[in-house]
Structures are given as structure tokens and as C-alpha cells.
Design a protein around this ligand. Sequence first.
Ligand code: PLP
Length: 411
Amino acid sequence: MNRSIELENRYCARNYDPLPVVLKSGKGVWLWGVDGKRYLDMMSAYSAVSFGHSHPALVAALTAQAQQLAVTSRAYHTDQLGPFLQLLCETTGQPKALPMNTGAEAVETALKAARKWGYKVKGIANGCAEIIVCNGNFAGRTTTIVGFSSEAQYRDGFGPFAPGFVSVPFGDAAALEAAITPRTAAFLVEPIQGEAGIIVPPAGYLAQCRAICTRRNVLLICDEVQTGLGRTGRLLACEHEAVKPDGLILGKALGGGLLPLSAFLAREDVMGVFNPGDHGSTFGGNPLATAVGSAALRLLHDERLAERAQLLGKRLMDGLRAIVHPAIREVRGKGLLIGLELEPEVISARAFCEHLMRHGILSKDTHATVVRFAPPLIITEAEIDAALAIIGAVFDTLPMARRSSEDRIAA
Ligand SMILES: *Cc1c(COP(=O)(O)O)cnc(C)c1O
């Protein structure tokens, strides 16, 4: 076995089950293994690498800032944080922002803000605030967040969990309305559920949720850690339905694919609940990350990456839908966030990803049946077409018919 894999297996916690490839370099949409083999990255580190690997403008911002000033804590002001937050707020149309590092931390920040807003502004009795979430949600891995997951494995063995969460079916606005009580502070929702398997809700869902939340004085908080920053063909996935949330969570691509950077953004009265000492993070808003974040936001705008995601996403989606094979159950998504659901009777998503890897494409299964296609937004038409040719060729190697149970036992 490869030495790097052996060392990881010996020393690393087994909390992941990576594909058997050892990467050593990346440039744009391409990754190279230690054996020199080249792969097209169709996963982008779960959408964190939207700008491609080592984008020159981002690496330049990173290295220049690293030599200038990297980490100060927020005990002091820096010349990077203010301009970054201005750009972030102006880009997203939110008045206030609170910088953190990982997506989960920004979600935790949103939960704290929502609860405190519930008590201080809405007037919910202390300790009684409820937050409504959706079945199938993914918002990170902290104990509070996995406590409101509907995924048994994410929760198993990690309780007891924080109370105060109510779960409703995703895509069902009437269920949201029915779940709201005078104690409801917020509704936390992903415009498209990423980890659940690229689940796109019915058209009009988010706009209906917006109207309900406004009418019932409940905060609409959109978790756009994965769908935000151009991924779905708009700067924010909320914009597909002209929805402006009261709170917005960004992460992943915000750090330019170079380092962790996340943020919770919100209305004045929501962010206004935080006073000095209420909340914080040693690394949150550090000058190194925010310099890269500013460069990433400029790049997103200058290279019109959301528009590219829309155009190229359509090309990829149309191409995938043109592949006819009994192993394909559904192709769905928006922009360059696409899920290919397979017929598990024919092949598992994991086995399909291993086939793709051998043919030079890296992707990852989500749940047992969905293969994710979410390449860097800088991918070209020619690269999409090359990927489609390979994906088609992999389907050609699969059996055309469902295997009978006898075949499966024989295999
Ligand atoms: C990835 C993700 C998170 C968590 O981000 P981390 O940086 O892994 O903590 C939260 N919400 C959504 C929708 C995500 O896809």
C-alpha cells in the first residue's frame, strides 16, 4: 500500500473513508497524484475550491499578506477586516457581518444570534426559544448542530443534545407555517440541500418561506455555506427566488480555497444583539484570511463566476441528462451544483466514483446513491465536454441491465 495512505491509516482518526488516491499538487481544475496521474476535480473540496486550485490572484493575496501580518486576534483592529466586511456586506446586500472560520462556527453564530434576538427583540420568554430546521439538513458537525440532524449516523453516540430545535420536511412551506409557535425565533434552511444529495426544493418554496417568516415575525436564515458565492448560477442561491434572508451564512469558497473563512451576515437588529464579550473566535476575521476573502470576492465579481456557473452548469446538466443508461435515476441541481442519482441495484455511488477516479475524474458519493458534480467555477466548456465523454465512457463499462439478485450473489 502507498506509504501516505498507510501513515494516515495508522495515525489518523478513521472519521473519513477517502478514495484511494494520494494528491500532491493542484492547479486550476486539475489535481495531480504522487504517481504523476492527472485528475479533473469535479468535487472542489465540497465547493470550497470554487476558484480552482492555487488561483494566482488568490495565492498572491495570501503570500503578500502572510509576509505583512497574519493573525492578531480581534483584540485589535487591522487594516484588512473593515474593507473585507464592507465588500462582503455590499456584495450580499446585508448590513452587518460577523467573521468566523469554518461553516459550522458561522452556523453556531447564527443560532446564538437568533436565540438572543428571540429574547431581546421578539420577546420570547427566556430559555424557551425554538429554531425550526429541515429534515435532511446539513450544517456542520458540532454537538448542537448534529443534535438537530435527521441523519442517524451523525447523531449516534454524541448525545445528549441541545433542546430548542423542531424539524419539518424540506420543501413543504405549509409544514413550516404549521410548526411556528410564539416561541419560534428562526427558520434555518439551505436553499438547496447539498449533503443530503443535492436536493432542489419545489419552485417557489423559498419565496413562500420568506412570506411566512415575514408574516409571523420569524427570522429566515439561509445556510449558503455550500450554495453561496456563485455555485448555483447566482451570487446567492436565494436570488433565484428574489429572496432576501434576515440572516445569511457563508463559508467554504469564501476562503478562496486556500484557508478557512466563514461569516454570519444579518439585519441590524439581529446582529445588534451581540455586545463585546458575548461571542468570539481567536482566528475569526484574521488579516490573512480576510485579505484572501477580499481577493476572492473581487475575483467572483471580475470573472463573472456566477454567470459562468449558470452557463456551464447548464452544459454539464444537459450533457448528463443526455446519457441514457438504466443505472441513472435522476440528474438534478442548479448551476454547477449537480447530483447524479444512481440505481443502487446496478452500482453504488462509491463504486461509480472509484470508476471515475480510474478514468481521471475525482468526485465523491453523497449518501449511497448520489454522485456529486461540482467542479471549480472556472472550468471551461472544453473541460466540461471532456468530463462528459469520460462519464459516458464509464457508463459504457457498466452492465446495461439491472443485475438479478442471483448475479449479485455470484459477484
Ligand atoms: C459544509 C457545510 C457546513 C459546514 O461547514 P464546515 O466548514 O465543514 O464546518 C455548513 N452548512 C452547509 C450547508 C455545508 O454544506
